[in-house]
Design a protein around this ligand. Structure first.
Ligand SMILES: *[C@@H]1O[C@H](CO)[C@@H](O)[C@H](O)[C@H]1NC(C)=O
Ligand SMILES: *[C@@H]1O[C@H](CO)[C@@H](O)[C@H](O)[C@H]1NC(C)=O
Ligand SMILES: *[C@@H]1O[C@H](CO)[C@@H](O)[C@H](O)[C@H]1NC(C)=O
Ligand SMILES: *[C@@H]1O[C@H](CO)[C@@H](O)[C@H](O)[C@H]1NC(C)=O
Length: 442
C-alpha cells in the first residue's frame, strides 16, 4: 500500500500508532509535487562527475521549487563541497536517486532542512546515498566535522529510503520538529563514539525500519519530546539506543520503543543522566532482542561520561519494560538489568515484566537496583526514599531466553581508517517482521 493511503487508513484505527498524537508525514505526495514542478539539479549546474560541487546547484534548484515542487538529484555520482541550508520550503520534496559524496572539510550540517512544512526527503529507487567519507577526518584524529542530515523546526515531513554512510560526526538529527516520519533507512558509520545514528527530539514523530551500524547512538530520544514512536530498529554493532543525555528541565513523555534488535552494542537501551531536573514518564520498551551487548537494560542516573549537572535528578516514572529476550556479553561484569536511579529523586512505577536474558560467557549474571521502585527483579515495591544498590546473582539460565539472530549481523566493525562501503537495505529490521512500508525500488 502506498504510505499516504496507509496513513489515511490507519488514522481511523489510531491504536496502531500507539504513542502518536496524530497524522505524520507530508500533506501532499511527492508525485503531486513533481507534477507541479520539477527542479533537476543538472539544469542548475550540477554534474555527475564526482568533482563539481553540487552545493550551489542544490540551492538554486531549491530556490526554484521551494514553494511547491520536487528538487531531483538523479542517478549518478556527485560531489559536495559546500553545505546547503534549505530554509522555509513549503510543499516541496528532495528526491535523491544518486550518490552525494563529501569531498571537503567543514563542520555544521551538510544537508540542513529548516522551517519546512509539507516536506519529503526520499529516494525513488532506494539507491539515494549520502557518503560522508568520515574516515578522511577520523584517521587524522579530527572529530568535529559535519553532520549529514539535519531536519529542524519542521513539520509534516518524512525522510525515507535514504542510505547514510560514514558521517564525520552525527548521521541524522531531527530537532524541534513535529508530525514527522523517518523510515526505511540504512545508516553505517565508523567504529567510534560521537557518530550517532539517529537523534530525535520533538512532538509526534514516528521512526521505523531503520538499521544503524556505528559505535554510538542507534536511535536516541532527547529532550524535549512527546509522542514519539520508534519501531523495527536494527542496531547492527552500534552504541545502542538511549534516552538522553538528560540535563536541566528535561521534559519527555509518551514514548514507545518497540521491536528493537540490538547486536554487539554498548547497551540495548540506556537512560542516561547525571544530576539535572525535570521528568521522563509514560514510556514503554517492548519486544527487545539482544545478542552480545555489554549492557542490556541500563538506567544510569550517575552516568560518568557526563559532567554532573545542578539539580536533584530527573524524575523517571511509569516505565514498562516488556518482552526482552536474548543473550548478553558477560553477565557477571554487566548483568541484564542495571537500574541506578537518583537517590534524591527515586524512580517510581518502573515495571519490568517478561525479561528473560542469559549471559553468553560464564554461568552467572547480576541484577542491580538502586533507588528504584516498581515491579520486577530487585526493584522495591511502592514508593519511598533512595536506597543503596541491591545486587542479586542468578546462576542458572532463565527459561525462554533464546531469541532469533538476524542473518545480516555484522561480524567485524568497519574501523575508522578506511573508506566504508555503502550498505544495502536489509529486507527486514526485526526478526520475522516486514517493514511497515514497502522499501523503495523493491
Ligand atoms: C501540519 O499538518 C496538520 C494536519 O495533519 C495541520 O493541522 C497543520 O496545520 C500543519 N502544519 C502547518 C504548519 O501547516
Ligand atoms: C503509563 O504510561 C503508559 C504508556 O504511555 C500510558 O498508557 C498510561 O496511561 C500511563 N499510566 C499513568 C498512570 O499515567
Ligand atoms: C506491570 O506490567 C504487567 C504486564 O504488562 C501488568 O500486568 C502489571 O499490572 C504492571 N504493573 C504495574 C505496577 O504497572
Ligand atoms: C550490518 O552488517 C551486515 C554484515 O556486515 C551488513 O551486511 C549490513 O549491511 C550491515 N548494515 C549496515 C547498515 O551497515
Amino acid at each position: 500500500m502506498h504510505f499516504t493511503s496507509f496513513l489515511v487508513a490507519a488514522a481511523s484505527v489510531l491504536p496502531v500508532f500507539g504513542q502518536l498524537s496524530g497524522k505524520v508525514g507530508p500533506l501532499t505526495t511527492h508525485a503531486a509535487k513533481s507534477a507541479k514542478k520539477t527542479c533537476n539539479v543538472l539544469s542548475y549546474g550540477a554534474k555527475a562527475d564526482k568533482t563539481t560541487d553540487i552545493g550551489p546547484p542544490l540551492l538554486a534548484a531549491f530556490a526554484a521549487c521551494k514553494t511547491g515542487g520536487t528538487v531531483v538529484v538523479p542517478a549518478g555520482e556527485f560531489a559536495i563541497k559546500t553545505w546547503v541550508t534549505f530554509e522555509s520550503g513549503k510543499g516541496w520534496a528532495l528526491q535523491i536517486d544518486g550518490t552525494i559524496s563529501r569531498t571537503s572539510g567543514g563542520s555544521g550540517n551538510m544537508l540542513f532542512v529548516r522551517n519546512a512544512n509539507d516536506f519529503e526527503l526520499f529516494s525513488s529507487n532506494g539507491k539515494g546515498v549520502i557518503q560522508g567519507n568520515g574516515f578522511e577526518d577520523h584517521k587524522t584524529g579530527k572529530r568535529d566535522g559535519a553532520r549529514l542530515i539535519r531536519i529542524e523546526q519542521s513539520t509534516n515531513f518524512s525522510v525515507h529510503d535514504i542510505i547514510l554512510v560514514d558521517a564525520p560526526m552525527f548521521h541524522f538529527v531531527i530537532s524541534k520538529s513535529s508530525n514527522g516520519e523517518a523510515y526505511n533507512m540504512a545508516i553505517r558509520g565508523g567504529d567510534m563514539g560521537g557518530l550517532d545514528g539517529v537523534d530525535v527530539w520533538g512532538t509526534n514523530i514516528w521512526i521505523h525500519d531503520v538499521m544503524v551500524t556505528n559505535k554510538d547512538e542507534c536511535v536516541t530520544v532527547k529532550s524535549p519530546s512527546k509522542n514519539i514512536l520508534i519501531e523495527n530498529i536494527y542496531c547492527n554493532w552500534s552504541g545502542g539506543s538511549a534516552i538522553g543525555s538528560l540535563g536541566t528541565d528535561t521534559a519527555i513523555s509518551s514514548v514507545i520503543y518497540r521491536n528493537i534488535y540490538t547486536v554487539h552494542s554498548n547497551q540495548m537501551m540506556m537512560i542516561k543522566s547525571n544530576g539535572g531536573s525535570g521528568y521522563v514518564e509514560d514510556v514503554v520498551f517492548e519486544n527487545f532482542i539482544g545478542h552480545g551487548n555489554a549492557y542490556s537494560l541500563d538506567i544510569d542516573q550517575y552516568w560518568s561520561s557526563m559532567k554532573l549537572i545542578a539539580g536533584d535528578g530527573v524524575k523517571l516514572s511509569n516505565m514498562t519494560f516488556k518482552n526482552w529476550k536474548g543473550g548478553l556479553a558477560n553477565g557477571a561484569q554487566r548483568g541484564p538489568v542495571k537500574v541506578a536511579c537518583s537517590d534524591k529523586t527515586p524512580c517510581t512505577d518502573i515495571n519490568i515484566t517478561d525479561l528473560s536474558m542469559w549471559t553468553e560467557t560464564g554461568n552467572k549474571q547480576t541484577y542491580s537496583c538502586r533507588s528504584g521502585y516498581g515491579n520486577g527483579f530487585c526493584l522495591k515495591k511502592g514508593t519511598g526514599a533512595g536506597y543503596a544498590a541491591i545486587t542479586s546473582t542468578q546462576v542458572a539460565a532463565p527459561t525462554g531466553y533464546s531469541a532469533p539472530v538476524m542473518k545480516e549481523d555484522l561480524k567485524t566493525a568497519f574501523g575508522t581508517a578506511a573508506s566504508i562501503p555503502i550498505p544495502t537495505m536489509p529486507a527486514s529490521f526485526y526478526p520475522g517482521t516486514p517493514p511497515r512500508s514497502r522499501l523503495a525500488g523493491q
